[in-house]
Design a binder for this molecule. Structure first.
Ligand SMILES: Nc1ncnc2c1ncn2[C@@H]1O[C@H](COP(=O)(O)OP(=O)(O)O)[C@@H](O)[C@H]1O
Ligand SMILES: [Mg+2]
Length: 421
């Protein structure tokens, strides 16, 4: 299996290194259960895309996800990755080629961050130098300074940092597929938003195929290229783009599931990088405050943004603070309102509200400062929103055959839901 098609080709920037996944009439019936947890699911997951699984608790999302890396063996059906039927290949071998991220990162507490990340590369027999370089590269990718975090233990990290290490670990051997099960469920809303932004930034660099379970419809809209909405028994209610699901829910079930999310649609569908940002006066630690103040006064702006040596925001200073200071200090303000450029306008508003600010600082790849978004900008964007949607992409295939299999009881094949729109 060493020449398996499920290995990713060298991932250069912005090329798809992900693999296509096809579930073919996959069914899982747990021993002793009458109803199938997953009933005859056929689902196409295009290479390089993010597919979100949503649906009520117990509807079969986790079971479906875990059948892709065969942590759960399907009762029947095939799973095909990049054209290769993986249903019968060695499970351990398969799992080394599929990254898996769970809530709170699932890190081993007795191992350092570096050892956690290095696990799969070690199993694959990489040499030490290559592993060390890879660990540092991945820590950079998930915005953790290798010098600071490499040798720490999980308990010395915040929940968000643990989750980042979990993502780094899953990406270690550059697998073409990443499976995530409610990855951001255990962190607070602002941290969750940052982790989501970061995942999107990472994805724009690595272009994996990502399948992600969530119970948060807004999260599905934000992260997903495609969203699969499941009902009990992993029956597909709808499988389509976020835009089309919001515009045309396929059933009452979907409508109810979307709930209030649809009302402020434009806030969830528009991203910070789609609106015009305001330029900011920036400075760096060590500069003279009076110089920055006069620059600020000349510009009509209210605040100056202090950046570190890599262009990441440290703190903001208003005119009053500047007039009191002599030299710009480099201390980091943890309450700084910051959003990633991949964040939704909804996220941006949340961040502003939490910080009681009428603006938020925007950061791009690797947390580099790119500008300021204001409440005004958000309001204008909603007003000007043209809801024209991109209808060029056909929805991938998704349907159930034979619906829920009920063992020992004669069953009528139910209608297959979720035909492509
Ligand atoms: N190991 C198991 N043994 C028996 N039943 C299970 C097992 N795991 C899950 N189930 C059942 O299968 C159904 C789907 O579960 P799951 O895939 O975990 O749903 P979700 O992730 O959507 O909440 C549920 O009814 C659950 O109780
Ligand atoms: Mg689950």
């Amino acid at each position: 299996m060493s020449d398996s098609k499920i290995s990713s080709s060298a991932a250069s920037e912005n090329t798809v290194s992900g693999a296509s996944i096809m579930l073919q009439e996959v069914t899982k019936t747990y021993p002793g259960q009458k109803k199938s947890a997953v009933g005859g699911l056929t689902l196409e997951i295009p290479a390089g895309s993010i597919v979100m699984f949503v649906g009520p608790s117990g509807c079969g999302k986790t079971t479906t996800l875990k059948m892709i890396n065969r942590l759960i063996e399907p009762t029947s059906g095939q799973i095909v990755i990049n054209g290769e039927d993986v249903t019968t290949m060695n499970g351990d071998e398969l799992r080394r080629r599929i990254g898996y991220v769970i809530q709170a990162g699932g890190l081993f507490p007795h191992m350092t961050v570096a050892s956690n990340i290095a696990m799969v590369p070690k199993m694959l027999g990489w040499d030490k130098a290559k592993i060390n370089a890879r660990v540092d590269e991945l820590l950079e990718l998930v915005s953790l300074d290798p010098e600071l975090y490499r040798d720490r233990f999980p308990k010395e990290l915040s929940g968000g940092q643990q989750q980042r290490v979990g993502v780094a670990r899953a990406l270690a051997a550059d697998p073409p597929v990443l499976l995530m099960d409610e990855p951001f469920g255990a962190v607070d809303p602002i941290t969750r938003q940052r982790l989501q932004d970061e995942l999107l930034n990472i994805q724009s660099e690595v272009q994996k195929t990502i399948v992600c379970v969530t119970h948060d419809f807004d999260e599905a809209v934000k992260l997903g290229d495609w969203i699969a909405i499941f009902n009990e028994g992993a029956q597909l209610e709808q499988y389509d783009s976020p835009e089309r699901i919001l515009a045309n829910p396929a059933s009452e079930f979907v409508e109810n599931f979307i709930g209030s999310g649809a009302g402020l649609k434009q806030l969830t569908l528009t991203r910070v990088n789609e609106v015009d940002l305001v330029d900011a006066i920036t400075t760096t630690p060590g500069k003279r405050a009076s110089d920055v103040l006069s620059q600020l006064q000349g510009s009509g702006r209210k605040i100056a943004v202090v950046l570190d040596s890599r262009g990441r925001p440290l703190r903001r200073m208003d005119r009053r603070q500047l007039s009191r200071a002599e030299i710009i200090e480099g201390t980091y303000d943890p309450d700084l309102p910051v959003v990633g450029e991949q964040a939704t306008l909804n996220d941006a508003l949340d961040t502003m509200l939490v910080a009681s600010a009428e603006y938020a600082l925007v950061t791009g790849r690797r947390d580099v400062f790119t500008g300021i978004i204001t409440v005004q900008t958000v309001m204008e964007a909603i007003a000007a929103a043209n809801s024209s949607m991109d209808d060029h992409h056909e929805a991938p295939v998704g349907l159930n055959s034979g619906a829920i299999n009920v063992v020992d009881i004669e069953s009528e094949p139910a209608e297959s839901g979720g035909e492509p729109a």
